[in-house]
Structures are given as C-alpha cells and as structure tokens.
Design a binder for this molecule. Structure first.
Ligand code: ATP
Ligand code: MG
Length: 327
C-alpha cells in the first residue's frame, strides 16, 4: 500500500509545489513507483512536469466532482517510475460544488483507494489555503509534509495548520501523522536562518527534517522547461537536496532496526565517532543505523555508497562498502 504524503502549508509561495515535484521525482529516481496528484487549481505541478493545459483531459476535478474512473486520470511523465494526476483551473469550482455533496471530505481518499496498490508513494500538492481541497488531501493522507521558509514569522500561521491537522485527526482521519517540516529556500549562512532553525527544532523536535533545501536558481528554472530539477540539472544543489530529502523519508519507512539516518556533510567530524568519520570523509551518501531516539544501534553493518543521478535514476557509482559500527 502506498504511503500518501500531502505537501501542505496555507501560506503561499513557501515551496510546496517545488517540493511536491522534486520529492516525487526523487522517489521515482530511487526506483520506487510514485504518483504525484496536483490538488491545486493553479496547476503548477502539472505544468512544471511539462503538461500543456487541456480542459478535456481527466483531472483532479473530475475525480473529486465527476466520479471519473481514477486509472483514467493518470498521465505518464519523463521519469519511468513517476506518474501524475494533473489539475486544471476548473478545480477551483470543486470548493463550491462539493459544499452539499455526500462524503465531500472523502472524495480524494475514495478515488486513491483504487490506486494504492500500484505505488509506494503518493504525493499530493495542495493549494495555499485551508479549503475543501486541502481538507480532501489531508483526509486522504497518511502524513503531512510542511515546507517552510526560515523567516522570523515562520511559526505564525503554522498553529492554524496544526489545529486543522488536529481537527482532521479527531473527525476524519485519526492516523494522520506529521511527516516532517522541511526548510525551503534556506540560506544557512545567515544568523536569522540559524536562529529560526533553532526555534523550529525546539518546537518540532525530530519532526524537523535533517535535510534543508537551499535557495537554488535551478529549482526555479526547471519548471519552465517542464522538468524536475534532477533531469534539468542533476548536479545542482537543488536536485541533490531533494534526493537527500527523499532518502530521509524513505529511510523512515524502513523497520526500526534498519532505519538509516543521512547526516548532512557539514556535520562530519562534529558528533560522530572517529572510526565513522574516517569512512565518511569522502563525499558519499553516508548511512548510520539508528534507533527511534536516533542513537546508533550496534553492532550493525551498514552499506555506504557514492551515488549520482544518471538518466533520471539515482545510480551507485562506487561499490557499497560494508561498515561495522561495532569496530
Ligand atoms: P503556492 O502557495 O502559490 O502554491 P508554493 O508554496 O507551491 O506556492 P512554489 O511555487 O514551489 O511555492 O515556489 C514559489 C516560488 O519560489 C517559485 O517561483 C519557485 O520557483 C521558487 N522556489 C521554490 N523553492 C525554491 C528554492 N529552493 N530555490 C529557489 N527558488 C525556489
Ligand atoms: Mg504551489
């Protein structure tokens, strides 16, 4: 069964769509079947993946309002393992048309039920509002991923989103989790970013993703070429950071004893043991097995490997080395 992740924040322009496109693409590049559902009438996720506007094509509106057959709405993309359910600007009407409808909050959930078994991840791109569309996404989701900018007022507005999550848990979807909070357009060099990060860490604890997404022009350019960053410029910092985020989220789905934490390269040499640092010193996708409290589990062997994106796939370019943490 797919893990359904809603990318939501009612604040506009925080990087929801950029995150939805590039996270879904990175899952696909890690060779897991992934479906991206565009739940926003702005349809930025659809055009960002190169789909030209076509009102005739079955889209999210038809799924929510028209009772379309879900498999008929699926489009392929330039990545082998990524599919898309596009949106259209007429989706805006769903907010009104569904007001008196039966199971109005469950429309998306009911539609995705038919598709759950085909994918490992389903990513939902939400509009910048806590409207019926976002509500449908949160009712359909297993977890919500919240993109945020490290700004002084970052926490303002988040309480409203967290209240909504709480209401959805008590009324419609008791299983809804917070997948994480991911900092977007991040500039780690500024004091403000450091201060805000420290505050968010206190507030969200381990829910604050280890991976941050830097401000990177390639991420802003890629949608105008109809491509995810990992196809537009696979070596860009933006593409790399979303692959790291995908790996961080995939790792959380693994059974506890094999959870893999990927520390950011700059933490090398900080709090890690010497034997580990030596192995880590090269530029590798490092891994260390940790338990739920993020303490290393040992003795345990973890594989480390150098990887890069080639032909839209994350490929190992150096053989995985087995490492014994007990050594
Ligand atoms: P909306 O609320 O309107 O749906 P959004 O939250 O989906 O917006 P995006 O559309 O992803 O936000 O991003 C807003 C703008 O910022 C876009 O022009 C996008 O290209 C740019 N952007 C997003 N993330 C980054 C980044 N990490 N580096 C540079 N530019 C970025
Ligand atoms: Mg958007």
């Amino acid at each position: 069964m797919a893990r359904v992740i809603a990318v939501a924040n009612q604040k506009g322009g925080v990087g929801k769509t950029t995150t939805a496109i590039n996270l879904a693409s990175s899952f696909a590049a890690c060779e897991v079947n992934t479906l991206l559902v565009d739940c926003d009438p702005q349809s930025n996720a659809s055009s960002g993946l190169g789909l030209v506007k076509d009102p005739q094509r079955i889209n999210t509106y038809h799924l929510l309002v028209g009772g379309a057959n879900p498999p008929d709405s699926i489009q392929s993309t330039s990545l082998d393992q990524l599919w898309l359910i596009p949106s259209h600007k007429n989706l805006i009407g769903a907010n009104l048309e569904l007001v008196d409808a039966d199971r109005r909050e469950f429309r998306l959930r009911d539609a995705l039920m038919f598709l759950q078994e085909r994918y490992q991840f389903i990513v939902l791109d939400c509009p910048p509002a806590l409207d019926l569309l976002t509500l449908n996404a949160l009712v359909a989701a297993d977890a919500v991923l919240i993109p945020m900018q490290a700004e002084y007022f970052a926490l303002e507005g988040i309480s409203e989103l967290l209240d909504t999550v709480e209401r959805i848990r008590s009324s419609f979807n008791p299983q809804l989790e917070i997948e994480g909070v991911v900092l977007t357009m991040f500039d780690e060099r500024t004091n403000l970013a450091q201060q805000v990060t420290a505050e968010l860490k206190r507030f969200f604890g381990e829910k604050l993703c280890t991976t941050t997404i830097p401000r990177n022009i390639r991420l802003a350019e890629a949608p105008s070429h109809g491509k995810p960053a990992l196809l537009y410029d696979p070596r860009s910092k933006g593409a790399e950071s979303y692959i790291r985020l995908a790996k961080e989220i995939i790792a959380r789905q693994l059974p506890v004893e094999t959870v893999v934490e990927v520390p950011p390269p700059e933490s090398v040499g900080a709090d890690v043991e010497t034997s580990y640092v030596e192995l880590q010193a090269t530029e590798v996708a490092n891994a260390v097995a940790v338990d739920q409290d993020l303490s290393p589990v040992g003795p345990v062997e973890v594989a480390i490997a150098v990887s890069e994106v080639r032909d839209g796939k994350v490929q190992e370019i150096a053989p995985a080395k087995e490492m014994d943490r007990s050594a």
